[in-house]
Design a protein around this ligand. Structure first.
Ligand SMILES: Nc1ncnc2c1ncn2[C@@H]1O[C@H](COP(=O)(O)OP(=O)(O)OP(=O)(O)O)[C@@H](O)[C@H]1O
Ligand SMILES: [Mg+2]
Length: 282
């Protein structure tokens, strides 16, 4: 059986004292798996990834990474901090938190140079990922000039240049166009084939269906509501509706309005009773 990269036992966290962001969470992230984290806004997905990246530490319970405690004491040691950063890369939900150099090229070079990757190798990685994600002339531009989707592409590229064995991705497809989405999925599938471990938080259930081996669903109470395979989770309409993960989609047609659940592709569409639109278009 694969070893676990991360193990969480009863982990709780609050950003503001007294207001939980994660409450009593126990789960494991096995080596080499693609693990999706889903849940309503504010349920704790980004908080979980922040803890997995060692940017904040569990306030209760225990969290281990690579078999050792991931806590302030461990990451306070420069040698352990460095070893951890060589192994784990993180794409922030907010790209502005990740891009801070005068140009995107420098942002892509920054991480690997910090980790003492040789300059020639850094240049090779930047060139390769820029080609794969179609960054083109974005490389020479300052991050603040870029569109939201362009920033996300650049942020993804800056994490890929680290070539870490674990990839933590917070809303990796938010704001990116369909071609970039394909390029990203291909990159992640290759990373998986190469044995890397991928943890991603998303509202994109298509991505969960296409990519995930395992899914963890966080509830609005900041607890783990359910874990399972994509098939188990994505075919349970009642559960998805209760967790705010699908909505009733209303279509307007010349003859009136009909509605159905909307959210993803695995499960057959479940019809809900039609609602005739009042007025002249009805
Ligand atoms: N920096 C912060 N300071 C204070 N509270 C925070 C901070 N970051 C998150 N929170 C709170 O912690 C809880 C979990 O937030 P988190 O960002 O982890 O949710 P999320 O599931 O990632 O949501 P989203 O789908 O909107 O990205 C929320 O109640 C949120 O308001
Ligand atoms: Mg989030």
């Amino acid at each position: 059986m694969a070893e676990n990269i991360y193990e969480l036992k009863d982990v709780s966290y609050s950003w503001v004292d007294g207001r939980p962001a994660l409450d009593g969470v126990s789960l494991a992230i096995p080596s080499g798996k693609r693990v999706a984290i889903i849940g309503a806004n504010g349920s704790g997905k980004s908080t979980l990834l922040t803890l997995l990246d060692g940017l904040a530490f569990a306030k209760a319970g225990s969290l281990t990474a690579f078999g050792a405690a991931l806590d302030a004491k461990a990451l306070g040691r420069p040698d352990l901090q460095r070893a951890f950063r060589r192994r784990v890369g993180y794409v922030f939900q907010n790209s502005d938190a990740q891009l801070f150099c005068p140009t995107i090229r420098e942002d892509l070079e920054f991480g690997p140079l910090q980790l003492d990757v040789a300059e020639g190798e850094v240049a090779r990685r930047v060139e390769a990922i820029s080609r794969r994600l179609g960054l083109g002339d974005l490389l020479e531009r300052p991050p603040h000039e870029l569109s939201v989707g362009e920033k996300k592409k650049a942020a993804l590229a800056s994490t890929f240049t680290l070539e870490t064995e674990v990839l933590l991705l917070d809303e990796p497809t938010a704001g990116i166009d369909p071609q970039t989405m394909r390029d990203l999925v291909d990159l992640l599938q290759e990373a998986h084939a190469g044995g890397r471990t991928i943890v991603f938080a998303t509202h994109d259930l298509h991505l969960v269906e296409e990519l995930a081996d395992e899914v963890h669903v966080f509830g609005r109470d900041h607890r783990l509501a359910r874990s399972g395979t994509p098939e188990e989770i994505l075919t349970d309409h009642a559960f998805l509706l209760a967790q705010n993960l699908v909505h009733i989609h209303v279509h307007r047609h010349a003859h009136g309005v009909h509605q159905h659940e909307h959210g993803h592709a695995i499960a057959p569409v479940k019809k809900v009773p039609a609602r005739r639109k009042k007025g002249k278009r009805g």
